[in-house]
Design a protein around this ligand. Structure first.
Ligand SMILES: [Zn+2]
Length: 159
């Protein structure tokens, strides 16, 4: 069985979870992407602006307007990186729902939030972040995939 860990830091735009920072780690290769916003900040409605500000200041510290990869490439990126993967582990319902909607149907998605052992690491705000984050203490998807990979790997080889 080939597996990979995926983590996403995002924004909610028009009631839709929208990827900002994506990290994929299969134990060998780490891939990470920062996506352009799907709407300009000044085109967001008041609720989305408030949510965006909240997520920036309290969760991931990635500026809404940061630009790198065009959002239209996200399907191709996920397909290319996960084409030979059987199982994707992710932590968080919004992220799992996004992957279920987006990924090829044969990829099995496991939401580690539903793991009841109480041993799944918390994805806390830390100072170990990549350069995408402009605040000191943030949630970084790159750090998160490493943390979750260690957990999953140790659990699987424990069988
Ligand atoms: Zn990061």
């Amino acid at each position: 069985m080939k597996f990979a860990i995926v983590d996403i830091q995002g924004y909610i735009v028009n009631n839709e979870f929208t990827v900002k920072e994506l990290a994929i780690y299969d134990g060998k290769d780490l891939k990470s992407y920062l996506f352009k916003p799907t709407f300009n900040y000044h085109d967001l409605n008041t609720t989305d602006r408030k949510t965006a500000n909240y997520l920036y200041h309290n969760i991931h510290g990635i500026p809404y307007e940061s630009v790198d990869v065009d959002y239209s490439e996200i399907h191709e990126i996920l397909e290319n990186n996960l084409s030979s993967i059987d199982v994707v582990f992710v932590k968080g319902q919004a992220k799992a729902d996004f992957l279920t909607r987006t990924l090829m149907s044969w990829v099995h998605i496991i939401n580690l939030e539903k793991d009841t052992t109480g041993q799944v690491p918390n994805l806390e705000l830390t100072k170990e972040n990549c350069n995408n984050h402009k605040l000191k203490c943030c949630n970084c998807s790159i750090r998160n995939v490493y943390v979750l990979f260690n957990y999953v790997y140790n659990k699987l080889i424990g069988f």
